[in-house]
Design a protein around this ligand. Structure first.
Ligand code: EPZ
Length: 431
């Protein structure tokens, strides 16, 4: 398995361009199932999850061409309506084909995604919403089996503003008979991007981006072209990289309005942040200041930036309290940061971070996509070499992260396969 080696201490400087948003590209690609006609999607991030979604669509019978940051998908017909366990277990977002398959083809058999490192990740709200739309939904042998002759519009009140749940139900409602209202809908920018793509294809969707989404069902959707919005979490990650190294970083091709809560916290931690229409520049003090952070659904502080801001606060002056309100166990990166000298105490969904003047490089293990990013950021600030293993987590959602960080002056390299761990060797630890 690949490892990433970081030699800390470089102050990051320069400009980095973000890729398209993984969490917009995935539902947009899944939504191609809803209609015939070719969909040409640009600014698609070249990440593993997009390749996986392309494979899934191909298995269903779609014609899929993904090259670089462009995808062309046509779903004139399907020869399967099943998303198998072997694929779904590698990417939970596969569940996004559920709503489109039932809406257009009247049936779907999708493996239950199962939990992951950050939580149990239930999909009960997806299923309850589909049942409200008139689908017969059953769980058998670890699979969701859903069918409906034709979905009927309904009023759906979500207990929790689930992001992919909102997306699944909004997509299904596009082809339902009558009007659907989704209350307590998630408001993430990725949902608005999905809606704008669906509207280009003839869907009638109102209120995406608010907590009340209304969908008037139509009989069919056509193909359309679409450019995916920039990845706000990738942008936030590079801003945090600038902040943790006392650097001066400009992130280009992003939407500052998608990152307001993150910008507020970076300013509170002492950074000078300048926003332009499609770029954000961050100038950081040598050492950040402590700040309390509470993750929340959009437009609150994104849970997908929690590990990254924790890494920053590990070297801040003072004590910070981080509260994770979205997922029940999203502190897996804490023991790994402790191995680097961080002083963090976890109590339930709170983490108390006593900032220390420096971290030391160490061999650490990634556990999920965003925890991996947090460990890399810590490595950028640590003395010596940090070796992050299991970087396949990282490759799911960050396009060319080593190259982008090197472009900012970081000393970051990928070691392929089983080469002896340099950090472990440096620390006299047998590999
Ligand atoms: C999406 O996951 C993102 N993934 C996640 O990003 C992100 O962390 C999450 O939203 C929160 O912002 C994609 O968009 C592909 P949720 P999702 O349903 O939709 C509970 C990344 O790193 N819930 O909004 O699965 C759930 O347990 C990934 O890119 C139910 O109880 O998250 C959680 O506590 C990680 N029942 C909360 O809602 C349900 O049916 C939020 O989950 C669904 C969710």
């Amino acid at each position: 398995m690949d490892r990433i080696l970081i030699t800390g201490g470089s102050r990051l400087q320069g400009t980095v361009r973000v890729s398209g948003a993984k969490n917009a590209a995935l539902p947009i690609l899944a939504s191609t199932i809803l209609g015939g006609g070719e969909c040409r999607v640009t600014n698609v991030p070249a990440v593993v999850d997009v390749v996986t979604m392309g494979k899934l669509l191909g298995m269903l019978g779609a014609s899929v061409k993904i090259e670089g940051n462009r995808a062309a998908v046509g779903v004139e017909h399907v020869h399967s309506t099943e998303a198998p366990y072997d694929l779904v277990r590698t990417m939970r977002a596969s569940v996004l084909v559920l709503g489109p398959l039932v809406a257009r083809w009247g049936e779907a058999t999708v493996s239950l995604p199962g939990g992951c490192a950050i939580g149990t990740r239930p999909v009960n709200l997806h299923l309850a919403g589909l049942a409200k739309l008139g689908a017969e939904v059953a769980i058998e042998h670890g699979y969701i089996r859903a069918k409906a002759t034709r979905l009927r519009g309904a009023r759906i009140a979500l207990d929790t503003p689930t992001v992919t749940g909102t997306e699944n139900l909004m997509m299904a409602a596009c082809l339902a008979e009558g009007t659907t209202v989704i209350e307590n809908a998630a408001k993430e920018p990725e949902i608005s991007d999905l809606a704008s793509f669906l509207v280009k294809r003839g869907a009638k969707i109102f209120g995406a981006g608010t907590d009340l989404i209304t969908v008037e069902g139509v009989s069919a959707l056509r193909g359309a072209d679409h450019e995916v919005i920039p990845d706000r979490i990738e942008a936030g990650t590079y801003l945090a990289a600038g902040a943790i190294t006392g650097g001066d970083v400009c992130v280009e091709g992003c939407r500052p309005e998608h990152l307001e809560a993150v910008i507020v916290k970076l300013r509170e931690a002492g950074a000078e942040v300048t926003e332009k229409k499609e770029s954000i520049r961050l100038k950081a003090p040598r050492r950040p200041k402590a700040a309390d952070v509470k993750t929340f659904v959009h437009p609150g502080f994104p849970t997908d930036m929690q590990a990254q801001i924790m890494a920053l606060l590990c070297v801040a002056e003072g004590t910070s309290v981080i509260t994770e309100t979205v997922f029940e166990s999203r502190f897996i990166h804490v023991p790994e940061l402790r191995r680097m000298g961080a002083d963090i105490k976890v109590d339930g969904n709170h983490a108390v971070v006593n900032g220390s003047s420096h971290l030391t490089g160490a061999p650490v293990m990634a556990s999920d996509l965003r925890a991996s990013a947090g460990l890399i950021l810590a490595g950028l600030a640590a003395e010596g070499i940090t070796e992050v293993s299991r970087v396949y987590h990282l490759d799911r959602g960050y396009e060319r992260i080593e190259q982008k960080l090197r472009g900012l002056g970081a000393s970051v390299n990928r070691v392929h396969g089983t080469a002896k761990g340099a950090a472990g060797a440096a620390a006299g630890i047998p590999s």
